[in-house]
Design a protein. Structure first.
Length: 66
């Protein structure tokens, strides 16, 4: 049976990955025109449906990039 990595090992892995990888840029600046259009359109539709006021805050929990 495989052993799970320690919390320290996991933290180091994800901190290193976060420093090297810009998920938002990969999503919204994707070289494929359709994916770029799709992600921007979806983002706009979500914000429009929320209809936020300037003083509102939006919390995005667990949605991943995009």
């Amino acid at each position: 049976m495989a052993t799970l990595p320690s919390p320290k090992v996991l933290r180091e892995y994800y901190e290193g990955k976060g420093a090297r990888l810009d998920d938002l840029a990969l999503t919204y600046e994707h070289p494929n025109w359709y994916k770029k259009w799709f992600y921007r359109t979806r983002s706009s539709a979500v914000l429009e449906s929320l209809d936020p006021r300037p003083e509102d805050r939006i919390l995005d929990v667990g949605a991943g990039p995009g």
